[in-house]
Design a protein around this ligand. Structure first.
Ligand code: GLU
Length: 481
């Protein structure tokens, strides 16, 4: 196989969305698996819609996901510039060559004339294609049009006979009737290359070996293949990866919730979990493995494992995977990642060891980093609120008041206020009173944490500390009967 060079070629007209991130991932994995190069090319020829902010957001998203690029913005490389708008001189050179060889021609038709042409075709039951009016202009006709101040576009002379066949690495052989194509524009009247032309020129120039992109681009492929032929360039391999749908089977869009990758970062998803999840969108191993370390993913990724049909974005599965990664994470690393969320929620983080202990107590349960402050705030703050369940389902229950006042006494006089000491004392109390442990554990937990779920009871009591525990039990007694 020739040296693998693949590219991710986003248009900076918006955020890095999930579909784009998945395309980037498949390119990146393919490059890393084959020890090739992953190239980032920013396709910013649409000057009106491209913005610097969008470029920044895309770069930030790729960095967060860990898709390092070997060539491209910031990285440089031998095949630059990597911003398409800066390559217009190269595009024009290629267009001139096609014009010289009569494989492309200038067309002076105005937008109104083109519209009339389409209308006429529709009325006569023909597809609304360009009718080839400027295909054979004489020099005089050209001069006349230019004299009228018309600015031409350049059109590719598309052959109408036969079919263009492409062997797609995911879809197999694809065949397109050439008669369905028209003489499409390669240079706009502004002199800027169109998408189909720029992408082919740049892929040739950048020696791209495999074009891996969303299958919404399949319909562009025959035009691009014809351009390769006209430019005497070898076709790259094509691999069109399936779309991502929402649960309603419609193409994923803002309507389905978070589609921008940065939103996942803000919500407290881990980049590793996100990458793992994205990999499963349209790709699988024969044994349907679900959880992958990144090196494992690189090792196992092949285009052969990509499916032809669309995949459904399942937010719950992503959340589940995120929880899996959080559970396996080293506690120092988890605390580090959780810090911005914890301090952002207004909790004190100066005593890092204490924060770490609190996070550790809840590590098993965390799904999103964003949930952490809500799980541990009652352990870190002095004040605390009682939720409805704690008040109505536990503290109001018969016997809870008595249990709490006894607990207050015992805790006050307890010599060993440690997890172990507390457990011994509370269990002893249950035995003496002939109470089931739940009758005591539940009100105690509700009184001290304000909720009915949380970390292990005794480790939590030790962590909160005797004084605060006692104060909270006293406070909670006002909710008992
Ligand atoms: N700029 C194009 C896009 O964002 C790239 C398509 C391609 O990979 O050829 O859809």
């Amino acid at each position: 196989m020739k040296k693998v060079r693949v590219r991710f070629a986003p248009s900076p007209t918006g955020c890095l969305h999930l579909g784009g991130a998945r395309t980037a991932l498949f390119n990146w994995l393919f490059a890393r698996h084959n020890k090739g190069s992953f190239i980032l090319r920013i396709e910013d020829t649409d000057k009106e819609r491209s913005t610097k902010e969008a470029v920044d957001v895309i770069l930030k998203g790729l960095k967060w996901l860990g898709f390092d690029w070997d060539e491209g913005p910031e990285a440089g490389g031998d095949y630059g510039p990597y911003f398409q708008a800066q390559r217009s001189g190269i595009h024009r050179e290629y267009a001139d060559k096609l014009i010289k060889e009569d494989r492309a021609y200038y067309c002076y038709c105005s937008p109104e004339e083109l519209e009339a042409m389409r209308k006429e075709a529709r009325e006569n039951g023909r597809p609304p294609k360009y009718n080839g009016r400027c295909r054979r202009l004489s020099d005089e006709q050209r001069k006349e049009y230019e004299g009228q101040g018309r600015k031409p576009v350049a059109r590719f002379r598309t052959k109408q006979e036969g079919a263009t066949k492409i062997n797609d690495l995911i879809h197999g052989e694809l065949s397109f009737e050439n008669s369905l194509l028209d003489d499409f524009v390669i240079l706009k009247s502004s002199g800027t290359a169109t998408y189909n032309f720029a992408v082919v020129v740049d892929d040739i120039e950048m020696k791209i070996s495999h074009v891996i992109r969303g299958d919404d681009h399949i319909s562009n492929t025959p035009r691009q293949a014809l351009l390769y032929g006209a430019l005497d360039a070898a076709l790259p391999e094509f691999a069109h990866i399936p779309m991502i749908f929402g649960s309603d089977k419609a193409k994923l869009s803002k309507r389905h919730g978070a589609v921008a990758v940065t939103m996942y970062e803000d919500e407290g998803y881990l980049n590793e979990a996100m990458v793992n999840y994205l990999a499963l969108l349209g790709w699988s191993t024969s044994d349907s493995q679900q959880v992958f370390e990144i090196d494992d993913l690189i090792k196992k990724f092949t285009l052969g494992g990509c499916s032809k049909s669309a995949s459904i974005f399942d937010f719950q599965k992503l959340e589940w995977l995120n929880g899996e990664y959080i559970r396996k994470m080293d506690i120092d690393e988890l605390t580090e990642k959780a810090m911005p969320f914890i301090s952002g929620a207004g909790l004190r983080v100066d005593d890092r060891e204490r924060v770490k202990k609190a996070v550790l107590m809840e590590q098993e349960k965390i799904k999103l980093l964003k949930d952490i402050p809500g799980l541990i705030d009652f352990m870190l703050k002095d004040d605390m609120e009682y939720d409805d369940r704690a008040k109505n389902k536990v503290l109001k229950k018969e016997g809870a008041g008595e249990v709490l006042s006894d607990m207050l006494e015992r805790i006050k006089g307890l010599d060993d206020f440690s997890e172990k000491g507390l457990e011994e004392a509370v269990r002893k109390y249950c035995e003496e009173k002939g109470l089931k442990t739940g009758k005591v554990f539940h009100p105690l937990r509700a009184a001290v944490s304000g909720r009915t779920t949380g970390p292990g009871l005794f480790v939590m009591l030790e962590f909160i500390g005797r004084e605060r525990v006692m104060k909270r039990i006293e406070d909670a007694m006002k909710y008992t009967q």
